[in-house]
Write a protein that binds this ligand. Structure first.
Ligand code: IPE
Ligand code: IPE
Ligand code: MG
Ligand code: MG
Length: 323
């Protein structure tokens, strides 16, 4: 299996620079907020989102080069992502992230809320300083979508009447929007044409959806240690993701358990069993494969380069997290 480090190898040096730049960018803040942000940055995520921006930026340059604005865009992308994780972990009451304590567990809730705000604010400031209104619109839309996605997800907790469409919209807002719009923004900074920008957006959108669907499967099949965050937490929080929605379609008894919010002893285990023992995981995997393939197809027009190769392998990497 290819690891994410192998896959991002063509931009490994760029990602090293990105990490040190991020550290100095957030260094200007209040010491406690700095410590909170630093805590998660040094725990090290997969850095997939900035990796994608960097790969696209280099793939689009005729000399394979990278401008400082493209670099900054990648940094903004990771800042927005990390900010959303800090806030999400408060909402989800999650104890671990990236294999370490979450910011609110390590510090406290007040610090986590402020640290997330601080990162969003930093990201907005650096975004504005790119001096490109189209890019500002794309990435500020992402911040709106992230908030919208969290709210949508909250409103539909334990709601067995929700449609699959709602789940996909929520997944777009929470995950795919950032990947799609930052991919498009890299193309905007490179001066590409509308059809090409559209395909960059589509690549990111379908890849982001595949990623979220895979993440939703792993929540049912993975362990805390594997994931670096609590497993089996979606259903217990009332978040009905693809595996749960598919299982619900086959088994009406599951609806009863969900609607009483797993209040009886053994309810949650029974429901988890219904998901794991049905064809729900297999059907969800099929859905992820479709998104991954659509993502790959969107970028076949790129000229040959190591960056293109990595971009076209990324959808398969996302799926390989399942095996
Ligand atoms: C976690 O994203 C949030 C989801 C969209 C499921 P990642 O799994 O990419 O998190 P890091 O950045 O690698 O920690
Ligand atoms: C991750 O959301 C954070 C955002 C993308 C806003 P989730 O709650 O779905 O994912 P994990 O499981 O905490 O990573
Ligand atoms: Mg969460
Ligand atoms: Mg959440």
């Amino acid at each position: 299996m290819t690891t994410v480090t192998e896959l991002l190898e063509p931009v490994e040096a760029d990602l090293e620079i990105l990490l040190s730049d991020l550290r100095s960018l957030i260094g200007a803040g209040h010491p406690i907020l700095q410590a909170a942000a630093e805590h998660l940055f040094s725990a090290g995520g997969k850095r997939l989102r900035p990796g994608i921006v960097l790969l696209i930026s280099r793939a689009l340059a005729s000399d394979g080069g990278l401008t400082s604005r493209h670099r900054r865009l990648a940094e903004i992308t990771e800042m927005i992502h990390t900010a959303s994780l800090v806030h999400d972990d408060v909402v989800d009451e999650a104890a671990t992230r990236r294999g370490v304590e979450t910011v609110h567990s390590r510090f406290n809730h007040r610090v986590a809320v402020l640290a997330g705000d601080f990162l969003f604010a930093q990201a907005s400031w650096h975004l504005a300083n790119l001096d490109n209104l189209d890019v500002v619109k794309l990435l500020s839309r992402v911040i709106m979508d992230l908030a919208d996605g969290e709210v949508k997800q909250g409103l539909f907790r334990y709601d067995t009447g929700q449609t699959f469409e709602t789940y996909l919209e929520k997944s777009y807002c929470k995950t795919a929007s950032l990947v799609a719009n930052s991919a498009r923004a890299a193309g905007v900074l490179s001066g590409y044409t509308e059809p090409q920008l559209e395909s960059l957006y589509r690549y990111g959108r379908q890849l982001g959806l595949a990623f979220q669907v895979v993440d939703d499967i792993l929540d049912f099949t993975g362990s805390d240690q594997q994931l670096g965050k609590p497993a089996a937490s979606d259903l217990s929080s009332g978040y009905l993701t693809a595996p749960a929605l598919y299982a619900l379609e086959r088994n009406a008894a599951m609806g009863v358990l969900i609607e009483r919010e797993f209040s009886n002893e053994g309810d949650l285990d029974e429901a988890l069993g219904m998901v794991r023992d049905s064809d729900a995981i297999a059907r969800t995997r099929q859905l992820a494969e479709t998104f991954a393939q659509e993502s790959r197809e969107a970028l076949t027009w790129l000229p040959d380069s190591p960056y293109r190769t990595a971009l076209l392998e990324l959808p398969d990497f996302v799926l390989s997290r399942l095996y």
